[in-house]
Design a binder for this molecule. Structure first.
Ligand SMILES: [Zn+2]
Length: 174
């Protein structure tokens, strides 16, 4: 077995890649039912949102067919973005990009047809998952997310401490 790296950078990168594998495997398990090739997945620690009005902490990029997902996302968020990939495959890239940019430009998130449909499809997809696979996925995903939370908290603590330390020195020299 490979030795665990100790620096937070390598640890975070490894954990994010683990999450990507866990998510790809889950999507692969749906391939039989959807007959759709699994899209690329990138898991990030950055705060992202599909739209300011959306509660999905991620984005689907149609040009690279990539799901970009925050590590704190849940199963329904992941399935929502996977639904966008299914829409792209079904409609064809040109039509999907056209409709999503048209709707994105003119309508609020709650009114976009592609979004409504993705929410609905996401519920259906969750129902299609093998219950054992689903439970296993949720526990694996959460466990890795917790490790990332700890790294993030540690980094934030260190940063805050350094800032306070500098402020303290600044106030002393005045
Ligand atoms: Zn969406």
């Amino acid at each position: 077995m490979q030795e665990e790296p100790t620096d937070p950078y390598s640890r975070a990168m490894n954990l994010l890649k683990d999450m990507e594998s866990v998510l790809s495997e889950l999507l692969d398990s749906l391939k039989e039912k959807t007959s759709i090739e699994t899209p690329n997945v990138v898991v990030t620690m950055n705060d992202i949102k599909e739209d300011p009005d959306s509660n999905v902490p991620g984005r689907y990029d149609p040009s690279s067919e990539t799901i970009l997902l925050n590590y704190r996302a849940d199963l329904s968020n992941a399935m929502h973005l996977y639904s966008h990939h299914i829409q792209l495959v079904r409609l064809g890239a040109t039509k999907y990009i056209y409709i999503s940019s048209e709707e994105g430009l003119r309508l609020p998130w709650v009114m976009r047809r592609l979004e409504r449909e993705a929410d609905h499809m996401s519920t259906l997809l969750i129902g299609q998952l093998n219950p054992r696979v689903k439970i296993q996925w949720e526990s694996d995903w959460r466990a890795i997310a917790k490790s990332l939370d700890r790294i993030k908290a540690m980094i934030e603590f260190k940063r805050k401490w350094n800032v306070n330390y500098d402020e303290l020195r600044g106030s002393r020299s005045q």
